[in-house]
Ligand binder design. Structure first.
Ligand code: ATP
Length: 234
Protein backbone atom coordinates (compact mmCIF):
# COMPACT_ATOMS: atom_id res chain seq x y z
CA UNK A 1 0.00 0.00 0.00
CA UNK A 2 2.84 2.36 0.94
CA UNK A 3 6.35 1.92 -0.39
CA UNK A 4 9.18 4.25 0.56
CA UNK A 5 12.24 4.07 -1.66
CA UNK A 6 15.69 5.58 -0.98
CA UNK A 7 14.36 8.55 0.91
CA UNK A 8 16.78 11.33 1.87
CA UNK A 9 15.86 14.33 4.00
CA UNK A 10 18.07 17.13 5.27
CA UNK A 11 17.58 20.06 7.60
CA UNK A 12 20.09 22.44 6.02
CA UNK A 13 23.41 20.61 6.13
CA UNK A 14 22.20 18.01 8.61
CA UNK A 15 20.97 14.83 6.98
CA UNK A 16 18.13 13.27 8.98
CA UNK A 17 17.13 10.45 6.58
CA UNK A 18 19.64 8.58 4.46
CA UNK A 19 18.31 6.20 1.82
CA UNK A 20 15.34 4.94 3.84
CA UNK A 21 13.22 2.25 2.19
CA UNK A 22 10.28 0.45 3.70
CA UNK A 23 7.05 -1.30 2.80
CA UNK A 24 3.69 -1.06 4.50
CA UNK A 25 1.28 -3.72 3.22
CA UNK A 26 -2.46 -3.08 3.40
CA UNK A 27 -3.91 -4.20 6.72
CA UNK A 28 -0.57 -4.39 8.52
CA UNK A 29 0.80 -2.80 11.66
CA UNK A 30 4.36 -1.74 10.80
CA UNK A 31 6.56 -0.60 13.68
CA UNK A 32 9.43 1.86 13.37
CA UNK A 33 11.90 1.60 16.20
CA UNK A 34 14.92 3.75 17.01
CA UNK A 35 16.65 5.87 19.61
CA UNK A 36 15.91 9.56 20.13
CA UNK A 37 17.01 11.52 17.11
CA UNK A 38 17.13 8.46 14.82
CA UNK A 39 14.76 10.13 12.36
CA UNK A 40 11.40 8.51 13.12
CA UNK A 41 9.42 11.73 13.33
CA UNK A 42 11.24 13.12 10.30
CA UNK A 43 10.22 10.03 8.34
CA UNK A 44 6.56 10.35 9.33
CA UNK A 45 6.49 14.06 8.58
CA UNK A 46 8.09 13.49 5.19
CA UNK A 47 5.57 10.79 4.24
CA UNK A 48 2.77 13.08 5.45
CA UNK A 49 3.94 15.84 3.10
CA UNK A 50 5.08 18.23 5.81
CA UNK A 51 8.75 17.97 4.82
CA UNK A 52 10.14 17.75 1.31
CA UNK A 53 12.66 14.96 0.69
CA UNK A 54 15.79 15.73 -1.32
CA UNK A 55 15.69 12.30 -2.95
CA UNK A 56 13.55 9.18 -3.15
CA UNK A 57 10.02 8.04 -3.79
CA UNK A 58 6.97 7.66 -1.59
CA UNK A 59 4.57 5.41 -3.46
CA UNK A 60 1.01 5.42 -2.20
CA UNK A 61 -0.91 2.70 -4.04
CA UNK A 62 1.68 3.00 -6.79
CA UNK A 63 1.55 6.79 -7.14
CA UNK A 64 4.56 8.88 -6.12
CA UNK A 65 3.43 11.42 -3.54
CA UNK A 66 6.89 12.63 -2.46
CA UNK A 67 6.88 16.41 -2.16
CA UNK A 68 3.08 16.72 -2.40
CA UNK A 69 1.61 19.14 0.13
CA UNK A 70 0.19 17.63 3.30
CA UNK A 71 -3.45 18.42 2.52
CA UNK A 72 -3.16 16.45 -0.73
CA UNK A 73 -1.52 13.49 1.02
CA UNK A 74 -4.14 13.58 3.77
CA UNK A 75 -6.98 13.73 1.26
CA UNK A 76 -5.58 10.63 -0.46
CA UNK A 77 -6.13 8.70 2.78
CA UNK A 78 -2.79 8.97 4.58
CA UNK A 79 -3.40 10.22 8.12
CA UNK A 80 -1.06 10.95 10.99
CA UNK A 81 -1.42 11.37 14.71
CA UNK A 82 1.45 13.67 15.55
CA UNK A 83 3.79 13.32 18.49
CA UNK A 84 2.63 15.36 21.47
CA UNK A 85 -1.05 15.10 20.46
CA UNK A 86 -1.42 18.70 19.28
CA UNK A 87 -5.14 19.13 19.79
CA UNK A 88 -6.51 22.67 19.54
CA UNK A 89 -6.59 23.54 23.26
CA UNK A 90 -9.10 26.41 23.06
CA UNK A 91 -11.60 24.50 20.93
CA UNK A 92 -14.08 22.03 22.35
CA UNK A 93 -13.81 18.28 21.82
CA UNK A 94 -16.57 18.42 19.19
CA UNK A 95 -14.91 21.35 17.39
CA UNK A 96 -11.58 19.51 17.36
CA UNK A 97 -13.26 16.50 15.79
CA UNK A 98 -14.93 18.62 13.14
CA UNK A 99 -11.52 20.10 12.27
CA UNK A 100 -10.54 16.58 11.26
CA UNK A 101 -13.13 16.53 8.50
CA UNK A 102 -12.34 19.78 6.70
CA UNK A 103 -10.95 18.10 3.58
CA UNK A 104 -13.19 16.64 0.88
CA UNK A 105 -12.48 13.05 1.88
CA UNK A 106 -14.09 13.33 5.32
CA UNK A 107 -16.57 16.13 4.74
CA UNK A 108 -19.43 14.18 3.17
CA UNK A 109 -19.86 11.77 6.09
CA UNK A 110 -18.94 14.26 8.79
CA UNK A 111 -22.08 13.86 10.92
CA UNK A 112 -22.06 10.06 10.73
CA UNK A 113 -18.35 9.94 11.55
CA UNK A 114 -18.83 12.22 14.53
CA UNK A 115 -21.39 9.77 15.91
CA UNK A 116 -19.04 6.88 15.13
CA UNK A 117 -16.21 8.57 17.07
CA UNK A 118 -18.46 9.24 20.05
CA UNK A 119 -19.52 5.58 20.02
CA UNK A 120 -15.90 4.43 19.72
CA UNK A 121 -14.61 6.81 22.43
CA UNK A 122 -17.49 7.31 24.92
CA UNK A 123 -15.25 9.48 27.08
CA UNK A 124 -15.12 12.03 24.25
CA UNK A 125 -18.91 11.93 23.98
CA UNK A 126 -19.20 12.67 27.71
CA UNK A 127 -16.87 15.62 27.28
CA UNK A 128 -17.94 16.85 23.86
CA UNK A 129 -18.39 20.47 25.00
CA UNK A 130 -15.25 20.62 27.14
CA UNK A 131 -12.22 22.60 25.93
CA UNK A 132 -9.62 20.16 24.61
CA UNK A 133 -6.83 21.85 26.58
CA UNK A 134 -8.52 20.84 29.83
CA UNK A 135 -8.64 17.11 28.99
CA UNK A 136 -6.19 14.66 30.57
CA UNK A 137 -3.21 13.55 28.49
CA UNK A 138 -4.85 10.23 27.70
CA UNK A 139 -8.11 11.87 26.68
CA UNK A 140 -6.21 14.28 24.45
CA UNK A 141 -4.50 11.33 22.77
CA UNK A 142 -7.88 9.69 22.17
CA UNK A 143 -9.10 12.99 20.73
CA UNK A 144 -6.06 13.27 18.45
CA UNK A 145 -6.71 9.74 17.16
CA UNK A 146 -10.44 10.37 16.70
CA UNK A 147 -9.77 13.68 14.93
CA UNK A 148 -7.48 11.88 12.49
CA UNK A 149 -10.15 9.21 11.89
CA UNK A 150 -12.68 11.93 11.04
CA UNK A 151 -10.74 12.35 7.80
CA UNK A 152 -11.43 8.69 6.88
CA UNK A 153 -7.80 7.65 6.41
CA UNK A 154 -6.86 4.23 5.08
CA UNK A 155 -3.47 4.38 6.73
CA UNK A 156 -2.58 6.16 9.96
CA UNK A 157 0.93 6.89 11.20
CA UNK A 158 0.97 7.08 15.00
CA UNK A 159 3.97 8.98 16.40
CA UNK A 160 4.62 7.99 20.02
CA UNK A 161 0.94 7.69 20.93
CA UNK A 162 1.60 6.48 24.46
CA UNK A 163 4.28 9.04 25.37
CA UNK A 164 3.79 10.48 28.84
CA UNK A 165 0.64 8.48 29.62
CA UNK A 166 -0.14 6.39 32.69
CA UNK A 167 0.21 2.59 32.27
CA UNK A 168 -3.58 2.19 32.16
CA UNK A 169 -3.89 4.87 29.47
CA UNK A 170 -1.02 3.33 27.49
CA UNK A 171 -3.00 0.07 27.36
CA UNK A 172 -6.12 1.88 26.24
CA UNK A 173 -4.38 3.83 23.51
CA UNK A 174 -2.48 0.84 22.13
CA UNK A 175 -5.66 -1.23 22.48
CA UNK A 176 -7.42 1.34 20.30
CA UNK A 177 -4.68 1.02 17.67
CA UNK A 178 -5.09 -2.77 17.64
CA UNK A 179 -8.87 -2.52 17.38
CA UNK A 180 -8.67 -0.04 14.53
CA UNK A 181 -6.24 -2.34 12.75
CA UNK A 182 -8.61 -5.31 13.22
CA UNK A 183 -11.35 -3.18 11.66
CA UNK A 184 -9.17 -2.74 8.57
CA UNK A 185 -6.98 0.30 9.23
CA UNK A 186 -3.35 0.02 8.10
CA UNK A 187 -1.05 1.36 10.82
CA UNK A 188 2.49 2.67 11.10
CA UNK A 189 3.50 2.77 14.74
CA UNK A 190 6.40 4.70 16.25
CA UNK A 191 6.46 3.78 19.90
CA UNK A 192 8.97 4.25 22.71
CA UNK A 193 7.60 1.07 24.18
CA UNK A 194 9.69 -1.09 21.85
CA UNK A 195 8.75 -4.51 23.22
CA UNK A 196 5.03 -3.84 22.91
CA UNK A 197 5.26 -2.32 19.45
CA UNK A 198 7.33 -5.26 18.13
CA UNK A 199 4.80 -7.67 19.58
CA UNK A 200 1.95 -5.88 17.81
CA UNK A 201 3.72 -5.38 14.48
CA UNK A 202 3.70 -7.83 11.62
CA UNK A 203 6.76 -6.03 10.28
CA UNK A 204 9.26 -3.68 11.89
CA UNK A 205 12.16 -1.46 10.90
CA UNK A 206 15.02 -0.27 13.08
CA UNK A 207 16.19 3.24 12.25
CA UNK A 208 19.65 4.43 13.36
CA UNK A 209 21.06 7.80 12.40
CA UNK A 210 18.57 8.14 9.58
CA UNK A 211 19.22 4.68 8.10
CA UNK A 212 17.31 1.40 8.26
CA UNK A 213 19.74 -1.00 9.89
CA UNK A 214 17.45 -3.96 10.56
CA UNK A 215 14.04 -5.10 9.41
CA UNK A 216 11.91 -8.17 9.72
CA UNK A 217 8.85 -9.65 11.38
CA UNK A 218 8.15 -7.89 14.68
CA UNK A 219 8.46 -11.09 16.68
CA UNK A 220 11.77 -11.99 15.01
CA UNK A 221 13.24 -8.60 15.91
CA UNK A 222 12.06 -9.11 19.46
CA UNK A 223 14.38 -12.15 19.58
CA UNK A 224 17.28 -10.39 17.84
CA UNK A 225 20.25 -9.89 20.17
CA UNK A 226 21.09 -6.45 18.72
CA UNK A 227 17.54 -5.23 19.34
CA UNK A 228 17.41 -6.80 22.78
CA UNK A 229 20.64 -5.09 23.83
CA UNK A 230 20.03 -1.69 22.26
CA UNK A 231 16.32 -1.20 22.92
CA UNK A 232 15.13 -3.69 25.50
CA UNK A 233 18.06 -3.50 27.94
CA UNK A 234 18.39 -7.28 27.97
P1 ATP B 1 12.60 11.44 18.96
O1 ATP B 1 12.27 10.06 19.38
O2 ATP B 1 13.51 12.15 19.93
O3 ATP B 1 11.43 12.26 18.53
P2 ATP B 1 13.20 10.87 16.19
O4 ATP B 1 13.72 9.50 15.90
O5 ATP B 1 11.77 11.12 15.91
O6 ATP B 1 13.56 11.26 17.67
P3 ATP B 1 13.72 13.18 14.57
O7 ATP B 1 12.92 14.08 15.44
O8 ATP B 1 13.18 12.80 13.26
O9 ATP B 1 14.11 11.86 15.37
O10 ATP B 1 15.16 13.83 14.37
C1 ATP B 1 16.14 13.29 13.48
C2 ATP B 1 17.32 14.25 13.41
O11 ATP B 1 16.93 15.46 12.75
C3 ATP B 1 17.86 14.67 14.76
O12 ATP B 1 19.27 14.76 14.67
C4 ATP B 1 17.24 16.04 15.00
O13 ATP B 1 18.07 16.84 15.80
C5 ATP B 1 17.16 16.58 13.59
N1 ATP B 1 16.01 17.51 13.44
C6 ATP B 1 14.70 17.21 13.63
N2 ATP B 1 13.91 18.28 13.38
C7 ATP B 1 14.75 19.28 12.98
C8 ATP B 1 14.57 20.64 12.57
N3 ATP B 1 13.34 21.17 12.48
N4 ATP B 1 15.67 21.34 12.25
C9 ATP B 1 16.91 20.81 12.32
N5 ATP B 1 17.16 19.54 12.70
C10 ATP B 1 16.10 18.78 13.02
Amino acid sequence: MLQVRNLDLSYGDAQALDGVSLDVPAGAIVAIVGANGAGKTSLIRTIAGMLRPSRGEILWKGRDIAGQPSHVVCDLGVGQVAEGRQVFPTLSVRENLLMGSMLARGRARRAANLERMFAMFPRLADRHAQLAGTLSGGEQQMLAIARCLMGEPELVMFDEPSLGLSPAMVQQVLGAVVELNRAGLTCVLVEQNVAVSLRLASRAYVLENGRVTLSGAGRDLLEDDRVRQAYLGL
